[in-house]
Design a protein around this ligand. Structure first.
Ligand code: NAI
Ligand code: MG
Length: 334
């Protein structure tokens, strides 16, 4: 028995979580769910976006499956998700993008890459954010450390070895951001020498975006800093058919949180039409992390078979199905 913290979250969160747990239940994995609140729902119930009980649950169980959380505009945290990553030092954000059948993607094959994004440093640390009293000047501090760069690049190379991938592309802007991106690139080059079995190349971020759209098949693992990784991983999600198919893992030394890349989708919340696949694929990453790779493959194959059969697909995939119907169709193919 493994107990995991389950955070249903905001907007479409509870709908896609119900669907995901329906499929996980059908797999009979021996998972025990400890439900915890975070986000707007937690603010309304407990007066706190991230209640202590939720933090304790994640700390105890070390594994959480999390739906999207709505960050209220103005005041408080810059983002609840950034705050969670900071508090548990979830330094590696791992976002696979892969072509699936019958999606509205630009490419019918050839895209199968993973973005490994540094998750705790760079432009998103929220330090030194200031706007002058006259409202005319805004500043922000970016911080990159050798330790932070080293551990994320090492994670990317270790992931390549573990998953049989051949190449790591270091994405940077060291030509202009000489201090921060420069330190990241210098450290990456040093780490790369310790992995002679894995190809390593370097690419400047703007060129990377163009290359991703023109020739995505040249990428295997992309390793980059926080802001570039956020943007590039959404670009990659777009390449393979949208956010409804893009999962992400936030990995730390002790704790790991698995999620969908997308947000709480307020425009379709409550309608029962959200695509549950992104969170389901996040659950598959969780099963890999729990050393159940054959169960992770079983889940991914059921999703692929359902897409292939065009059975009960949700509107974002061009179907007329609903969230729970889609989940039932997937569960039937396990
Ligand atoms: P979003 O990802 O929620 O929505 C963008 C578009 O994609 C919308 O048109 C939405 O309907 C569609 N979409 C997203 N997920 C879908 C799904 N599973 N099935 C079908 N269509 C889907 O991004 P947006 O609107 O910028 O953000 C809304 C809220 O979500 C904000 O409060 C934001 O802070 C939060 N957010 C939370 C994240 C997290 O918890 N990890 C990540 C990104 C945003
Ligand atoms: Mg993002």
């Amino acid at each position: 028995m493994t107990t995991i913290t389950v955070i249903p979250g905001d907007g479409i969160g509870p709908e896609i979580m119900d669907a995901t747990l329906h499929v996980l239940d059908a797999m009979q994995l021996g998972l025990v769910y400890e439900f915890a609140d975070a986000g707007m729902v937690a603010l309304e119930k407990h007066g706190d976006l991230l209640p202590a009980a939720t933090m304790d649950s994640i700390r105890n169980n070390k594994i959480a499956l999390k739906s999207p959380l709505t960050t209220p505009v103005g005041g408080g945290f810059s983002s609840i998700n950034v705050e969670l990553r900071k508090r548990f030092d979830l330094y590696a954000n791992v976002r696979p993008a892969k072509c699936f059948p019958n999606t509205k993607s630009r490419f019918t094959g050839g895209v199968d890459l993973i973005t490994v994004r540094e998750n705790t440093e760079g432009a998103y640390i929220g330090e030194g954010q200031d706007v002058s009293a006259d409202g005319e000047t805004a500043v922000l501090t970016q911080k990159v450390t050798r330790k932070g760069s080293e551990r994320i690049v090492r994670y990317a190379f270790e992931l390549a070895r573990k998953t049989g991938r051949k190449k790591v592309t270091i994405v940077h802007k060291a030509n202009i951001l000489k201090s921060t991106s420069g330190l990241f690139l210098k450290t990456a080059r040093e780490v790369a020498t310790q992995y002679p079995d894995i190809l390593c190349n370097e690419m400047i971020v703007d060129n990377t975006c163009m290359q991703l759209v023109m020739k995505p098949e040249q990428f295997d693992i992309i390793c980059t800093t926080n802001l570039f990784g956020d943007i590039i991983s959404d670009l990659c999600a777009g390449l393979v058919g949208g956010l409804g198919l893009a999962p992400g893992a936030n990995i730390g030394v002790d704790v790991a949180i698995f999620e969908a890349v997308h947000g709480s989708a307020p425009d379709i919340a409550g309608q029962g039409i959200a695509n549950p696949c992104a969170l389901l694929l996040g659950a598959a990453q969780m099963l890999d992390h729990l050393a159940k790779p054959e169960q992770a493959t079983r889940l991914r194959n059921a999703i692929i078979a359902t897409l292939e059969a065009k059975d009960s697909l949700t509107p974002d995939l061009g179907g007329e199905g609903n969230t729970m119907g889609f989940a039932r169709a997937i569960a039937a193919r396990l």
